[in-house]
Every structure is written in structure tokens, then in C-alpha cells.
Design a protein around this ligand. Structure first.
Ligand SMILES: Nc1nc2c(ncn2[C@@H]2O[C@H](COP(=O)(O)OP(=O)(O)OP(=O)(O)O)[C@@H](O)[C@H]2O)c(=O)[nH]1
Length: 286
């Protein structure tokens, strides 16, 4: 889909003579969800250069922003069980993303995959994961609603090691009675995984919904503080002209981006391509 990038490109073609050029550009960048700080910084740099053309803008973005947006291929280490812990506030698409990631690895030939229904707060979550598991053919370890999520993770790890699984995907709750309870649960799960899996086989993946705009930044900081994030998957990139928040996040937290979620089906997952993304979101010509 055409992101906001094409609109920014049009803007440069049409508005070079406008007296409000810099203010309008700043608005366009905010519209792309780059956040007021970054939008203002980029506009200031262009203003200082006394430029109103796409080439100079592209050069500034290329020097200042592009190096910060890093794509990383999510791969499994050659030996043993790999664990991916999925974090994110409720409704961002964690459970759906787990199904997509399972499918992605299945497509690349990984056979023994299981999942832990660690979201014991929302009753339907483990059921939903169970349905994905049945459809796609991966085992799901569940418990009753309200159970201790750390014990689900413990059981799932024991089963995954016994079955010599290559990959265990762990779902987590996005919400609990309060934030400190949620963070406490997440830290407990993290500790249990670290006790049984070497660091290089374990990633903490934040799932964000690109449409939630600048809120994502605060969410990312909180999860990062709790468990130390390894990277990000951005969901719901379909049907939106936004996405600049990933730029702001990459700059603030310096986290790599693995995938973009582009729909609800298992194969609606694209490996993140930093260049294509920059072109889509802020008019970069690559
Ligand atoms: N359009 C679109 N919808 C998505 C995408 N990813 C997830 N969804 C939908 O978003 C809704 C929420 O997804 P879930 O996977 O249940 O989200 P969650 O983060 O596990 O939610 P909790 O279990 O409440 O924490 C569902 O209706 C999904 O089908 C995506 O990339 N694009």
C-alpha cells in the first residue's frame, strides 16, 4: 500500500513556493507519526540548509535517520531449544503474531514447534492460541484462566525440552489488574526461561500496533526496562499510512525490527525491509 511517503513526495513537488512550507512539512511528518520532536528536528535541519527540495530532505533523512532503522533477520541458533517471549499491551496482536511466526519457521523447514499460553489473564487468549496451534500443527501448553503464568511457562519449557523442540513461542498477558503486577509476572517468566535456556537462544520480542502512534514509545520503554527487549515486530501495517513511530522507537531505544504484520492470516507477515519502509513512510528514494 502507498504509505504517507507518496504524500510527502507530492508535498515537495507542490509546495516549494508556499510561505508556510516548513510548518506544513512539520505537520506532514507528525501525521506520519514521527513524533513532534523528530518532525521538528528534521524540519529545522532543512530550514537551516535553506532548502525546500526532496533531494536535500532525503539526504538529511539518510544521514540522520536511516542508519538508526535496523532490520534483523530472526533466525534460530543451530542447536537446542530457542525461546521467543512475546510482549505487548493487550490487543496489539501478540497471539496472532505468534501464529504467523510459527508459520514462518514452519515454512522454512523447522518442524518441532510449541507454544505456551502465558496470557492467563484474558480467558479467550489461550483458547485462541490453541486454535492456531491445531490449524497450523504446533503443540500448545495451556492452563486454566487465572493460573500463574510463570507455571505455564515452566511446564511448556519442560515439555519442549522433553520433545526436543527447536522453538517455543511464549504468549504473555498485555494487561493485569495493575501495571506492577504485570511487570512482576513478566520478570518471573523471564527468570524461569533464563534458568533453562542459554542467552543466545532466547529473545524478548515486543509487538506493537503501528496505529497506536506515540503511545508505543512509552510501552516499549516499560517492557524494555522489565526484561530487556531484543527486537520488535510491528503489527497492523496493512490499512494504515502511519508507521513513523517505528522510526522514533528505533532512534530512542535502538532496537532492531524483525517483521511487519500485514493482516490477520498466518502468512500476513513480511520480513522487515528498512529501505522499502523508509520509502513508504517518509518518501525516501532508494
Ligand atoms: N489487520 C490486521 N489485524 C491484525 C494484525 N495482527 C493482529 N490483528 C488482529 O488484531 C486483533 C487482536 O489480536 P490478538 O492477536 O488477539 O492480540 P493480543 O495482543 O494477543 O491481545 P491480548 O490477548 O488481549 O493481549 C485480532 O482481531 C487480530 O486478528 C495485523 O497485522 N493486521
Amino acid at each position: 500500500m502507498a504509505g504517507l511517503g507518496s504524500k510527502i513526495r507530492d508535498f515537495f513537488t507542490r509546495s516549494a513556493l508556499s510561505t508556510d512550507f516548513y510548518e506544513d512539512l512539520e505537520d506532514k511528518l507528525i501525521e506520519a507519526d514521527l513524533g513532534p520532536k523528530l518532525a521538528s528536528e528534521l524540519t529545522q535541519l532543512l530550514r537551516k540548509a535553506k532548502a525546500k527540495d526532496l533531494q536535500t530532505f532525503t539526504k538529511i533523512v539518510d544521514e540522520r535517520i536511516s542508519p538508526l532503522i535496523t532490520a534483523e533477520k530472526l533466525t534460530l541458533t543451530p542447536d537446542g531449544l530457542n525461546v521467543l517471549l512475546f510482549l505487548g499491551v493487550n490487543g496489539v496482536g501478540k497471539t496472532t503474531t505468534i501464529a504467523k511466526v510459527a508459520h514462518y519457521f514452519q515454512q522454512s523447514g523447522v518442524k518441532h514447534i510449541s507454544a505456551a499460553a502465558g496470557d492467563t489473564f484474558r480467558a479467550a487468549a489461550s483458547e485462541q492460541l490453541g486454535i492456531h496451534g491445531e490449524r497450523l500443527g504446533f503443540r500448545v501448553v495451556k492452563s486454566h484462566s487465572g493460573a500463574d503464568s510463570a507455571s505455564v511457562v515452566h511446564d511448556a519449557l519442560t515439555a519442549a525440552l522433553a520433545h526436543q523442540d527447536r522453538l517455543l513461542l511464549v504468549d504473555t498477558a498485555g494487561r493485569m489488574h495493575n501495571k506492577s503486577e504485570l511487570l512482576h509476572e513478566l520478570r518471573k517468566m523471564d527468570k524461569i526461561i533464563r534458568q533453562r535456556v542459554p542467552e543466545e537462544n532466547y529473545r524478548r520480542i515486543l509487538v506493537i500496533d503501528v496505529n497506536t502512534g506515540q503511545n508505543c514509545l512509552r510501552q516499549a520503554e516499560v517492557f524494555h526496562e522489565a526484561v530487556g527487549l531484543s527486537g520488535v515486530i510491528a503489527s497492523k501495517y496493512d490499512g494504515t499510512a502511519k508507521g513513523g513511530v517505528l522510526v522514533a522507537m528505533a532512534r530512542d531505544l535502538q532496537l532492531p525490527i524483525y517483521f511487519l504484520g500485514t493482516g490477520e492470516r498466518p502468512d500476513d507477515l513480511s520480513v522487515f525491509d528498512a529501505k522499502a519502509f523508509m520509502r513508504d513512510v517518509i518518501a525516501m528514494d532508494t
